[in-house]
Design a protein around this ligand. Structure first.
Ligand code: IMP
Ligand code: MG
Length: 178
């Protein structure tokens, strides 16, 4: 468990709002000359709030789809990706936008993009609200909200052992203060 009274707020609600708005504008301008319809894939569960907020602000037709994968236990990536739910529509010829909450080792996105390309989509782009810059994860994220260091963050969809996803802000606790 995390002692919420010791939580340091990294991004309050209003700031997350601003970041999401900027990403939505950037993504809308990017697709305008290419297509008027995309398939946005939510990477569950962490991306749930980001996905919902971002898509409402995109000025184009958006098809919704979901994949559910997990790789984390507590604060660390286990390195093993488990797929629990996969997309339920054909991606062939679609403009796919993968929506992720945070990229750390890059394993999750690497795994998912590999499979998605096998279904012959027209394009695949990645958006992540946060990117950890401690690892050279080798994944090209097309749209990044904020780069953060080696912090384990919670809130706005991000969990610690399945809790705290519903916090409206993003925060962290220093290791020795948990
Ligand atoms: P990766 O596969 O190592 O890039 O890890 C990505 C996944 O791990 C993300 O989709 C998150 O669900 C989870 N994750 C990574 N860092 C954090 C964090 O700081 N807080 C909560 N979840 C995280
Ligand atoms: Mg996630």
């Amino acid at each position: 468990m995390i002692e919420l009274s010791k939580l340091k707020i990294l991004y309050p609600e209003e700031e997350i709002d601003k970041i999401v708005n900027e990403l939505a504008d950037e993504i809308t301008s990017f697709y305008k000359p290419i297509t008027d319809e995309i398939m946005a894939i939510c990477i569950l569960k962490g991306s749930i709030h980001f996905y919902s907020d971002l898509l409402k602000r995109l000025d184009m037709n958006v098809r919704y789809n979901f994949v559910h994968v997990s790789s984390y236990a507590g604060e660390r990536s286990t390195g093993k990706i488990r797929v629990k739910t996969w997309v339920d529509e054909s991606l062939t010829g679609r403009h796919v936008l993968l929506v992720e909450d945070i990229v750390d080792t890059g394993n999750t996105l690497r795994y998912i993009t590999n499979y998605i390309w096998k279904q012959k989509p027209a394009t695949v782009k990645l958006v992540s609200l946060f990117e950890k810059t401690v690892h050279d994860h080798g994944v090209n994220i097309d749209f990044v909200g904020e780069k953060i260091g080696d912090k384990f963050i919670i809130g706005y969809g991000l969990d610690y052992d399945e809790l705290y996803r519903n916090l409206p802000y993003v925060g962290y606790v220093e290791a020795e203060e948990k």
